[in-house]
Design a protein around this ligand. Sequence first.
Ligand code: HEC
Ligand code: HEC
Length: 474
Amino acid sequence: MTTARIPISILALSVCLLFAGVWATAAVAQRDDVAIVVSEEPAISQWLLPRPVSDEDYYDEGQPDPLKVELGELLFYDKLLSGNKNISCATCHHALTDTGDGLSLPVGEGGRGLGVTRAPGTVETGGIHGRVPRNAPPVFNLGAKEFERMFHDGRAEVDPTQPSGFRSPAGDLLPTDPDLDNILAVQAMFPVTSPDEMAGQSSESDIGQAATAGNLVEVWRLLAERLRDGENNYVDLFVAAFDDIYTAADIEFVHAGNAIAAFEAFAWRADNSPFDRFLRGDKTALSLRAQRGMRLFYGAAGCAECHAGPFQTDQDFHCMAMPQIGPGKGDGASGHEDFGRERVTGEEADRFCFRTLTLRNVALTGPWGHTGAYNTLRAIVEHMLDPVESLVTYDQSQAVLPSREDLDAVDFMVQDDPDLVADIAVSCEGETVSLRPRQVDNLMEFIQALTDPWSLDLRDDVPESVPSGLVIAD
Ligand code: HEC
Ligand code: HEC
């Protein structure tokens, strides 16, 4: 965990826009105080806006090979990649649910239906065994090179000291031949190895068996075998998309990861919001209220201390006292906590810290936070303004968790235990910022202006069918 900061490097590169101005609802100095009061006094302040995003920010200058993109789209929607052929990447990151699933916590392998209608089923009839413990994050803009860490705790990240160039839960087992193109491709290697997400249980398939035994290499080998099988109609597509594939035998699961990454990067780039247009020089792109909200965001409200840089994330980890709902990651005496970044670094100072999420398209991607605890954008923004108060007064009724008695029984075990809630509160590094309701309205107006209109209708990103012939519907 590093302390919050405005990125000086951006200034050094002098590619940012530096604004200085007199501003009526201006800033306040006492950062040490519990509350930062935003006064009415006119004051002179400066704030940094990020530089505009451009093609150079993305892999392949934003133009990945179209054949890889096309193949990646099919793989992303194909249930062939799951042990029981009943769930695809898209089930939790669907174009129709804004690249997430609309739920606080995913209903994974064995569930039925899409989005908020997805049902957990029963264990006896092949339903889910437990909830997936963290919110399925949106996939917007992850083809930008600065996203070097994936997952809420950053357990997959770019690391040039590793033979593969990446550090991940697979350690040295991460394949190096062929190479994984980027961290997004590395990420795609993992959902297929998780019994609760895609692989299924040990008694159900060879893939489920390898996954529950933790044999990642075997899962990838078995999936490659499926892709090599002529009956699934993928071979020609792989041969066309990859220079190093001549026959079915050359197909590795790494190729699938690389194609999926190309699709995600291309389809879900989102850098044409009113804010983007404003940064590129169109000063009429933002309403006056949104501009006031922007000043708060980059000034007195302190949001940009963490939501900094072109994608409004410092790509770092912070403890923001987010409510812990769902089964957790097995941490703590209760077994239902999630220590977040500490799980990766082993440092107690990182306990309950999670990756700063990008805010592009954030109005579309609820529920919000790493457990999806908040079901309105206003509620998560109010949390960011007063994290501890929001944690201790958290309204459990807003959690979007399809009900089943045994699952419901653990959902609020941490939130119902004042000692565990206090532990989360103590770690909080977010300060309290007092804004008047109208100022919060302006902040909300700015956050709404981070929505790219091209992302409002993603129906074109759903294929009509997939080569394996499996049904696409969930
Ligand atoms: C059962 C639901 C589910 C399925 C299926 C699933 N994911 Fe995810 N995805 C998640 C969850 C939950 C996380 C966050 C996990 C964490 O941080 O510990 C995640 C994280 C990600 C991320 C990282 C986002 C970020 O900002 O860190 C990407 C990219 C992603 N998934 C893509 C995929 C791809 C590609 C597939 C298919 C190979 C897939 N997912 C299948 C639920 C799912
Ligand atoms: C000290 C760092 C920090 C500050 C300051 C901060 N945030 Fe955050 N923000 C985070 C982190 C970390 C997360 C992810 C939390 C999680 O998932 O548990 C987050 C998440 C969010 C989300 C949810 C994103 C999503 O996709 O779920 C929104 C919205 C948000 N912040 C808005 C704001 C606003 C508005 C401000 C200013 C009032 C602000 N934040 C101030 C660190 C910060």
